[in-house]
Structure formats: C-alpha cells, structure tokens
Design a protein around this ligand. Structure first.
Ligand SMILES: [Zn+2]
Length: 141
C-alpha cells in the first residue's frame, strides 16, 4: 500500500470520526436542551397551578437553554405582574431560579426601608406582559 492511499484511508477515517463526534455532541446538546425544557416546564406548571413550592427549581442557565427565558412575577402588594428577561440577570447561570425571588422588587411599592415580596408565577418563551420597570437588586450593586 502506497503512502498516498494510506493517507486517503486514514484521513477518511479521521474525518468520519470527527463527523461522528460532532453529530454525537449535537445530539447530546439537544438532549440536554430537551431535559432543561422539561424541567423548566414542570417547574413553571407547578408554580402556576399550585403556587409552588419554588424549591427545587431549575437554574437560570437551564431556563435560558430551554428557551423559557422570561420569568413572570407578581408583586405581593399591588398584584402587578411583570415579565422579567432572565438573560438580563447578572448572576451566575448556575444560580437556581428560586433564589431570584428575594432579589426582585416592584418599583412602585418599594421604599427605602421595605419592599414587598414578589411571587414567581411562571416561565414563558416570550415577554407576555408590557414592560414595567422592576428592580433586580443585583443591578444595583
Ligand atoms: Zn407592587
């Protein structure tokens, strides 16, 4: 077997292996996305239908990966609801969603001494509610 044909055989096998690896990686990523989506949806249904428990919850990163990138919250005092974009939260993507609840405050009810709690309602794919200025405390650091 000449050098040339050996090269052809091996480069073909390497290429094949690379394509195989790439395909496997894409399938793995799709599987992770599907799992994240299922988890995010399950949590969202639990919150919307039963009001919780919020813990355990998927992480911010999982929600973003799943395509459910908006969190709908409700102010405990004035009952105004807002859709918050999860990709705007400057937090580690590994932070569980439920930890956000304490950081989210309704701007119109918030005073310097007290802010009523916000309740997480559900996750959505798109903004469901017209923009309303809410405060995320991590933005004030
Ligand atoms: Zn309020």
């Amino acid at each position: 077997m000449g050098t040339k044909s050996r090269e052809v055989i091996w480069s073909g096998r390497i290429m094949g292996a690379k394509i195989h690896a790439q395909g496997a990686r894409e399938r793995a990523e799709a599987a992770v996305r599907e799992a994240d989506r299922a988890e995010a949806e399950a949590w969202s249904v639990l919150m919307e239908g039963y009001g919780g428990p919020a813990q355990p919850s998927p992480t911010i990163g999982q929600c973003l990966n799943s395509g459910l990138a908006w969190l709908e919250v409700e102010c405990a005092r004035c009952k105004i609801r807002a859709s918050l974009p999860l990709n705007a939260i400057r937090r580690c993507k590994d932070t569980p969603l439920w930890k956000q609840e304490a950081s989210v405050k309704c701007r119109s009810c918030r005073t310097s001494r007290y802010a009523p709690p916000a309740r997480m309602i559900k996750l959505t794919e798109t903004r469901q509610i017209t923009p309303y200025k809410w405060v995320h405390t991590s933005e004030e650091l």
